[in-house]
Ligand binder design. Structure first.
Ligand code: SF4
Length: 350
């Protein structure tokens, strides 16, 4: 089991839940929008937020942002060790350092000393983009990422600094999985998982789900950051879906719906889309499983395994709760009828 490291008051590693990290994308010059984005990420479920700190002005945003948030804030610093020192002094709860661009031993040790004095944790974040050469295989890249990280850890350890997290991110799934497997077999520092530069939304979701999902399924990983070329809110949503899909955490109701096929005699895709919108609007937070199935082939079975479900026939559906039929409803009324039952069931659960 990994050791526990804190970012502010948030415990990461050990038996703590897998945490979700978000990153701000608004230019720091637009303070109002930056604060709005940070608050939205927190509301959506981010448990720690990272800000790219590019200059002294950015470092000074720590106080302003922390006033508005109840979750910890991490500074992402590259190239300038003085900026890392300033970010720590300004009150960031954690610092991300990239061994590819802040590597002078004396400077790193200076950061470690100040971080230790201020109770600030450090993430050693190695990315595949930090290597300016081609590798013969994803395995070779993975080995090099781990090697670079290990030599950096030695510098921190020489200062008796151990409040460290590690990330080893490739832009491809295989190097990320291999690097994290190798690292976790040798060390007990908590791991922040992510696929860096994973691509546009759909490609990024697939890569993140495969990479993070494989590792989490093996018990590797303590905090996840889904990186997508999409708005930051989507990254948090996807992170929650990944954790819920692996049953590592639950974040409210889950819809189980079939892909439809030519047996289906209702417009199931529209029904599920509409129901999902209603469910989001309802703000139900109970972890219910709601099955919406296109026909009786798998419908009653899935409905039985879920908390509540509907199986459709010709333009109508039957709402089940376990093996009990609650009611029959037609295609047009089914969303509101199902919502009523879901609310009733959700409330009873309370
Ligand atoms: S549940 Fe019925 S409609 Fe849905 S995919 Fe299966 S067979 Fe097709």
């Amino acid at each position: 089991m990994t050791k526990v490291v804190k970012i502010g008051s948030l415990k990461i590693g050990g038996k703590n839940p897998i945490r979700i990290k978000g990153m701000l994308k608004t230019p720091t010059s637009n303070r109002k929008s930056l604060i709005k984005e940070a608050k939205r990420l927190e509301k959506e479920g981010a448990e720690v937020i990272r800000l790219a700190v590019k200059d002294q002005k950015d470092a000074k945003l720590a106080g302003i942002l922390k006033e508005q948030l109840s979750i910890p804030l991490v500074a992402d610093v590259h190239f300038h060790y003085q900026l890392a020192l300033l970010a720590i002094k300004e009150g960031f709860d954690g610092i991300r350092l990239n061994p590819a661009n802040i590597y002078n031993k004396k400077q790193v040790r200076q950061i470690a000393r100040l971080a230790k004095a201020k109770g600030v944790s450090i993430r050693v974040g190695v990315n595949s983009g930090g290597f300016k050469r081609k590798f013969s295989s994803s395995g070779e890249l993975a080995e090099q990422m781990v090697k670079r990280c290990e030599s950096y850890l030695k510098i921190l350890e020489a200062e008796s600094f151990f409040d460290t997290m590690v990330s080893l991110k490739g832009s491809d799934v295989l190097s990320t999985i291999t690097a994290n497997r190798i690292f976790s077999s040798r060390h007990n520092y908590p791991l922040h998982l992510g696929i860096t530069a994973s691509g546009p939304f759909l490609e990024g979701v697939v890569k993140s789900s495969l990479g993070l999902g494989s590792l989490l399924g093996e018990g590797i990983g303590n905090v996840i950051r889904v990186s997508l070329t999409s708005p930051s809110l989507r990254e948090i949503e996807v992170a929650k879906y990944i954790l819920a899909a692996l049953d590592l955490r639950r974040f409210g109701p889950e819809i189980i719906s079939c892909p439809t096929c030519s047996r289906c005699e209702v417009k199931l895709i529209n029904i599920v889309d509409e129901f999902k919108k209603e469910l989001t609007r309802s703000k139900i937070t109970k972890s219910l499983r709601i099955a919406i199935m296109g026909c009786v082939v798998n419908g009653p079975g899935e409905a039985y395994q879920a908390d509540i479900g509907v199986a459709f026939g010709k333009r109508k559906g039957v709402i089940f709760k376990k093996d009990k039929i609650l009611l029959q409803s037609n295609e047009n009324r089914i969303i509101s009828d199902l919502m009523k039952e879901v609310k009733r069931y959700g409330l009873k659960q309370n």
